[in-house]
Design a protein around this ligand. Sequence first.
Ligand code: MN
Length: 347
Amino acid sequence: MIEAFRSCLKLDEAAIKKVAEVLNSSDSFVVTCHVRPDGDAVGSILGLGLALKDAGRGAVIYTEEPIPERLAFLPGSEFVVSGAAPMPERFILVVLDCNEPVRIGARFAELVEKASGVVVLDHHRAKILDSWGGKISVSYIEPGVFATGAIVYLVIEELGWPISDAVASNIYAAILSDTGCFCHSNTNEAAFLMAAKMVGHGADPYAIANGLYQNYSVARQRLLALALKTLELKGRDRIGLMQVTPDMFKICGASESDTDDFVGYVRALRSVEVAVFIKEVHEGQTYVSLRSKSFYNVSELAQEFGGGGHVRAAGFRMAASASEVRGLLLNRLIQDFDALGGTDVGD
Ligand SMILES: [Mn+2]
């Protein structure tokens, strides 16, 4: 199957082979992803976790917090353990959709220390691969691939393991999620080819689309209404900003994962090139999602603030209030857009 993607996806086939060898060489794994997992992260850990189980391997699927309710429909989510869950005596740690230890959550140091080896599969630009205490057995980080779930699929294919409908559903959900329903700039022929392949293996596109996008709580929609009231355009309407604050979560009874995809409402504005969504969950604890449409590199901007991501989708966190972060970002963005020329930049 890898052959089918050669023409439309840049792949390091040697790395994929090495990952398959490492997975084949052990019978005990802990599979995990980044905190505040999205559809790609959860689809990836469930897809690989279930494939390992199907192949008779021990696999503990771990996330720091329980899977967000809106992703709990994905098959295999009942196997996910969280918090202080016990870990096996020996295991290889497989980290998906994430390449920084600290992004696994509070137990990162313990997990890395106990692991006999670490496998990292990701499509975010790698920052600090040497921070895994020399435990990396193999890593494959390919920012050119639309979803980590796609890398997971290529590895399972390489192993020659069967793809159950549950595995296929998770990979499909990962692809759908990270391509923004095949709307984002990372969408290419390979994304469609692989999605079609997953449907062939038993993934139900309608059920998964319903699960991901027709499954919101009232609290989430009420929070969106409050967030939209904060929408503001700057820099000749090319910069769009929106925010939520702790009081808004409280008023709506919404939780942190309810803000998934809010940034899309800012990006969807005709004039907007850079969309900023600022989320202050607890007092002074703020997360920022950045998106761009055609030319602005939000990955570079996120890196300036200690974060990272992709050219068109990135983010960072900061110990500051939403309004402080908003001020800082706006200054920085207006500078950049000013340098691009045009008039009236700044309001
Ligand atoms: Mn991803």
